[in-house]
Design a protein around this ligand. Sequence first.
Ligand code: PMP
Length: 392
Amino acid sequence: MTLVSTNRELLERARRIMPGGVSSPVRAYGAVGGEPPFIVSAEGCHVTDADGREFVDLVSSWGALIEIAASVASVEMVRFVSSGTEAVMSALRLARAATGRDAILKFAGSYHGHADPLLSRAGSGLATLGLPDSAGVPAAVARDTITVPYGDLDAAAHVASATRLAAIIVEPIAGNMGCVVPDGAFLTGLRAVADRTSALLVFDEVITGFRVARSGAQGLFGVRPDLSCFGKIIGGGLPVGAYAGSRALMSLVAPLGPVYQAGTLSGNPLAMAAGLATLELLDDVAYATLEDRGARLERELASAAKAAGIVARVQRAGSLLTLFFIDRAVGNEDDAGTSDRGRFARFHAAMLRRGVMLPPSQFECWFLSLAHDDEAIATIVDAARAALKEIG
Ligand code: PMP
């Protein structure tokens, strides 16, 4: 084996030993064409691939890296696990145990990890690949998951009245059909529906936790879920997840209670240290800076699209944003599905050629971090202006 390999050589090797050559499907660039770069080094927000090409990175380890500051959410007890998937899967087991019910309500286009019951209408990777469901999920398991459109409070209320739900699970700001910020009334409405029907309200804050605010989306909207799931940022780039809630609920988890859940590497010192270091850095100044840079990028992208005569819409929550090639607001999965994916693929390629690496799907968020300084934002904006003109 030679010590120095090209992107192509690495891709061929990876494809021989890993399905698609990747650890997570959307990374294979199927949605945008071309071949994924193999990142061999990184410095701040800049990454270099095996062919020596440099990019400003907006994938940011899929949101795990925020590189600065935080504090804690309004929870009484927490259990650490090793991924967001595990966090959600365990929270739902707990919800089922607490309520003695089986059914779960989720929203189309939301992704909650790859546990069997949650792989219906599950957002980015699946929407991108055009797979409504995963193969290998038993029909009996899928039957207990009911899906309604994101943002549709009436539909949620109807299902909750007709079915004994263990949990209503929601991304309080959706990040897996691109960035979709709901009307606050949607989340307060879900809280009321859950209370009325004795279902538990579970916020999946794997993306939003410690990103949109130190107190998460629940802090921004002032809605208190029964259970919250975290991941990404709380591991500072290492594999971590957590689920959390009131002492009464969390006391049902083993060894305190009858809900079994375990993990060899749960709470391992390396990941905990990385997470702690990240959260310690996230202070008010950090969030204000992230908001400023996000707002600037939003403004500049909208103006670049306008200058290029391209119909587009930027949706943003703090340092999370998506540029949709669409002529109206995106509020749910159906809306997102009508955006111009071909145009996104051309835009992605044109940005890559100019040294900016966007997430390779129209249905992913761009993740900004504090490492994206003024110069990096300027690089992104200049590239976007030229790329949008080119593809116009
Ligand atoms: N929930 C949400 C909202 C997510 O975005 C993700 C991952 N993108 C998950 C759960 C699953 O987390 P993990 O990939 O760490 O299993």
